[in-house]
Design a protein around this ligand. Structure first.
Ligand SMILES: [Zn+2]
Length: 257
C-alpha cells in the first residue's frame, strides 16, 4: 500500500470514528456503567399472609427491583449517558394497607409503597405466577415515574391535563412494552386523553411508526417547552401527523384485530 493509500484509509477511519461518536446517543448501549440507586427495602407488613407470599417468591427484593429498573431505563433511554433523573435511593415499602402501589418523592430519593393485601388478593385469584406477574407489572409502572422525564410549561400532574396524560400514559406504556399486562387488556374505544392503559397501548402502538417512539416521546419533555401531546407527535414522526388522526388510525387497526 502506498503512503497515499495509507493516508486515505486513515482518513476514512477518522471520519467513521467521528460519526459513530456523533450518533452514539442514538445507539442502544449495553448499560454496563449504569449506576443503580441504593434500594432500601422496608417491610411494614411483617406477619401478614401477603408478606409471607412475597418473601417466598421474591427472596432477593433488591435484585428483583434492580432488574425492573434496567428494563425501565432501557425502554425510556438509549444509554446511561442520557439525561436520566438522578434517583440515588429508592425506599421500597411493603405495607398492610388497601390500594395497590404508589410512588412519592422525587430525585434523589423516591419512595414506593406496595400493598401486602394486593399480594394476598393476587395469590387468591391465581397463585404464585399471578403474584409475580402483577408485582413486576406494578413495579415497572411505579419505577417509570421515578425515571421518566416530566413535561414543562403545561401545568402540573394535579391539573389532570396533558401533564397527567403523559405521566400515567408513559408509565403504562413502559409496562405494556415489557409485557407487564395480560394480553387481552388492549381494547378499542375511549380517547388518547384517558391516561393509563388507554394512552399506554396507543403510545406502544406508535412504536410501529418509529421503533424508538417511546424513547423519543420521553425525550420530547426536555426538547419541547411548553410541551404538548400533538407537538410531541409532530416532533417525532413529522409535521404531517396529528394525534387525533393517529388515534383514529389506531382505532381502525384495533377493530380489525
Ligand atoms: Zn402512576
Amino acid at each position: 500500500m502506498s503512503a497515499k493509500n495509507v493516508l486515505f484509509v486513515l482518513l476514512v477511519l477518522f471520519y467513521l470514528c467521528c460519526f459513530s461518536g456523533l450518533f452514539s446517543q442514538e445507539k442502544v448501549s449495553d448499560w454496563n456503567s449504569f449506576r443503580y440507586p441504593e434500594i432500601n427495602f422496608v417491610n411494614h407488613a411483617e406477619g401478614t399472609k401477603g408478606w409471607e407470599i412475597y418473601n417466598r417468591i421474591i427472596p432477593d427484593p433488591e435484585e428483583y427491583i434492580n432488574a425492573a429498573i434496567l428494563e425501565v431505563v432501557k425502554t425510556l433511554y438509549w444509554s446511561e449517558k442520557d439525561s436520566i433523573p438522578d434517583v440515588r435511593r429508592i425506599n421500597y415499602a411493603l405495607r398492610d394497607v388497601d390500594g395497590i402501589s404508589a410512588k412519592g418523592g422525587g430525585p434523589p430519593e423516591i419512595t414506593i409503597f406496595y400493598s401486602s393485601r394486593w399480594v394476598e388478593k393476587s395469590e387468591k385469584d391465581a397463585g404464585d405466577d399471578k403474584v409475580l406477574f402483577e408485582t413486576r407489572g406494578v413495579l415497572l409502572h411505579e419505577l417509570t415515574h421515578g425515571f421518566q422525564l416530566e413535561p414543562q410549561g403545561i401545568g402540573t400532574y394535579a391539573d389532570g391535563g396533558e401533564f397527567w396524560i403523559f405521566i400515567e400514559g408513559m408509565a403504562d406504556a413502559v409496562r405494556i412494552h415489557n409485557d407487564g399486562f395480560p394480553q387481552d387488556n388492549r381494547k378499542p374505544g375511549g380517547s388518547w386523553k384517558d391516561g393509563y392503559q388507554r394512552t399506554g397501548y396507543f403510545l406502544d402502538w406508535l412504536t410501529t411508526k418509529d421503533p424508538d417512539f417511546l424513547r423519543k416521546f420521553n425525550k420530547s419533555a426536555l426538547d419541547i417547552v411548553p410541551w404538548g401531546f400533538d407537538k410531541a407527535i409532530k416532533y417525532i414522526l413529522g409535521q404531517h401527523y396529528s394525534v387525533d388522526a393517529l388515534w383514529d388510525e389506531y382505532q381502525d387497526y384495533l377493530q380489525i384485530q
